[in-house]
Design a protein around this ligand. Structure first.
Ligand code: 3EB
Length: 374
């Protein structure tokens, strides 16, 4: 054996294999019809982390990964699409969640975990004090939120994926008043309490997120991605960090980052939180859905600039993103599409969903995921 390694040659080059990033797992996001998903081979399922339907969970026999739904109906031509999270890599071994006491269903590989939980508030109302008021109907939302987050953090501890990178929150009737407080504000209080009680940071290293309203009668539905490695959180220079919103938006600030980057990872590695027409901390362009859409895209463009500044120039651009657009009033769909055509190519993947946005004066909210260039 005469081969020697020069001190500078990477081990992979010496061994004649392609260099891999420190993080071998590559996360991929696809939007596929449930029919297409149902026709996939067992080998394909092997690498699936989770599947998310929109209006309801897709009926798929023999699925090996958690299947959930946001409970928000799709608009336009996106009927029946599902969001599919998949991992590729040389040596990806998947495990499924088994924690018996937990309602969280999850699947994970070494680096990444997908999980989902749905909770019916009605089931908790039955357990709580009788009647309305703080202990009754609103109490069920608060308890459900605390339980969901407590169980999520327990799963992350047990499996060794301590870093929440992205979490999607869907609450029925998010803007409805419950005992003097809007339900979104009650959710914010319970979420913040759950973060504190589980020893989680409530500023800085907090996940990217969104919080949308689903129709009355839907279960609370929450799904998430977590990682073994610490991600980078990105804030938007045009916006006050949500965890520093002043108390007029609720006693307890929302806990989320504007975006999150898995910077050592190939594949889908940028997660842009739900983004709306907010500059500083105030809603702007009230009543003008076109202007709100353009302002939202200006916020996303500013976030991409900030991500490129933090992790390295030229990695992210609007053209490399996939979008989900939440529309409060279906009749606004045309105006929103028109406004987006000003900044996005016609080939850009966009899913439109009907959902209430978490401030009454917001008509549209947009989230995105991206891969880095090169
Ligand atoms: C905003 O910027 C709009 O409560 O988790 C966006 C993303 C919004 C996440 C959340 C809320 C959340 O404040 C609303």
């Amino acid at each position: 054996m005469t081969t020697t390694r020069t001190p500078t040659a990477p081990l992979e080059a010496t061994l004649g294999v392609a260099p891999r990033s420190a993080n071998g797992a590559v996360l991929l996001l696809d939007y596929l019809s449930s029919e297409k998903i149902a026709s996939q081979s067992p080998a394909w399922w092997q690498n699936v982390l989770g599947v998310v339907g929109f209006e309801k969970p897709p009926a798929i026999d023999g699925a090996r990964a958690p299947i959930t739904a946001s409970m928000t109906p799709s608009l336009g031509l996106n009927d029946d699409l599902c969001e599919v999270w998949r991992v590729e890599g040389a040596d990806v071994r998947m495990s499924n969640g088994t924690a018996e006491r937990s309602r969280v269903r999850y699947r994970f590989c070494q680096e990444l975990l997908f999980g989902s939980i749905t909770i019916e508030e009605r089931a908790l109302e039955a357990e709580g004090p009788p009647g309305g008021g703080a202990g009754g109907r609103s109490g069920a939302l608060i308890r459900a939120t605390e339980l969901a987050y407590q169980e999520i953090f327990a799963v992350l501890r047990e499996t060794g994926h301590p870093h929440l990178i992205r979490i999607w929150n869907y609450l029925p009737e998010i803007n409805r008043d419950a005992g003097g407080d809007e339900r979104y504000r009650l959710f914010n209080s319970a979420r913040q309490l759950a973060f504190r009680n589980s020893g989680q940071a409530i500023v800085g290293a907090v996940p990217a997120a969104c919080a949308l309203g689903s129709p009355a009668g839907s279960p609370i539905s929450i799904y998430f991605l977590a990682a073994r490695q610490r991600p980078r959180m990105i804030e938007n220079p045009r916006q006050t960090s949500a965890y520093r919103y002043p108390p007029k938006f609720g006693r307890h600030s929302p806990i989320f980052s504007r975006a999150c980057v898995l910077h050592e990872s190939a594949g889908t590695n940028l997660f842009v939180s739900g983004t709306a027409s907010i500059v500083g901390y105030e809603t702007i362009h009230q009543g003008d859905v076109g202007a709100q859409t353009r302002e939202t895209m200006a916020n996303i463009a500013a976030l991409l600039d900030e991500a490129n500044r933090v992790v390295g120039p030229g990695r992210y651009s609007l053209d490399g993103l996939k979008f989900k657009v939440y529309v409060r009033q279906p009749s606004d769909l045309g105006a929103i599409e028109e406004a987006l055509s000003g900044s996005l190519r016609s080939s850009t993947p966009i899913v439109y969903l009907h959902a209430d946005v978490c401030r009454e004066d917001l008509l549209v909210e947009i989230e995105a995921t991206g891969e880095s260039a090169g």
